[in-house]
Design a protein around this ligand. Sequence first.
Ligand SMILES: C[S@@+](CC[C@H](N)C(=O)[O-])C[C@H]1O[C@@H](n2cnc3c(N)ncnc32)[C@H](O)[C@@H]1O
Length: 242
Amino acid sequence: MKSFWNLMKFYFARHNPGASANEKRAATRELGVREAYRLWAPDYAAENVTCFLDEELARGMLIGLPRAQLLDAGCGIGHRIKNIPGAVGMDLSPEMLAAGGAPNVIAGDVRSMPFVSERFDMVWCRLVLGYLPDALPAYLEFARVCKPGGYVFVTDFHPDAVAAGHRRTFTAPDGTVHDIEHYVHNNHLKLAREAGLSAVSSWDGVVGPSIRHFYANGVGLKAYRRDKGLKLVAAHLFHKPD
Ligand SMILES: C[S@@+](CC[C@H](N)C(=O)[O-])C[C@H]1O[C@@H](n2cnc3c(N)ncnc32)[C@H](O)[C@@H]1O
């Protein structure tokens, strides 16, 4: 039996006290981020709850903001930018970039990006910073490559979800369930301020009606009722002063 989040293609696996011994063994192998995304890349495109909530937050928070020169830092397979003309994607994993086949993508690390300063009017970094032990170097880079007057949009796994026992996992093509190394950040606003960015707004993606169908088609509505209201994704919008 796989953990229920994996059955839902949801990569926050919740510790399941009723799991079989095999399941517990299968989920204990933690991978570093490079190796994890090398293995996950062929299957990453399948929809999952975290990506769904992230997209919902972006739709609500980014209305009317510029995206003529958009960077998606840690773009994964590049699916969020594939329909945005001129958008540029960058990711640590060449396998993820290759799996998506998106144009205008380049391999690189968010902590040292291969772009000139003040190049972009909007910088996204979505569901990436939880892989960094220290997110400040990334924030410094976002502020560097963002034009004065531009915006930085960051999403991350919510500390409440981690505290409730959810983990970042995926199922490899051979069926093995892996944890991915993960770090909790509850200091995004402080780090952004240190990088010279001002906070515009912060929203949370919570378990609620918009993702009820993932539960209904997966682990069931009993789990939905238990988790209802739990914050899964944190989203922050910042502005770089002129
Ligand atoms: C959960 S996926 C999110 C992908 C995409 N942002 C999205 O929202 O669908 C996390 C991505 O972060 C990338 N990543 C992790 N650490 C990174 C780093 N230091 N620099 C650039 N990308 C990184 C991984 O390779 C992976 O593609």
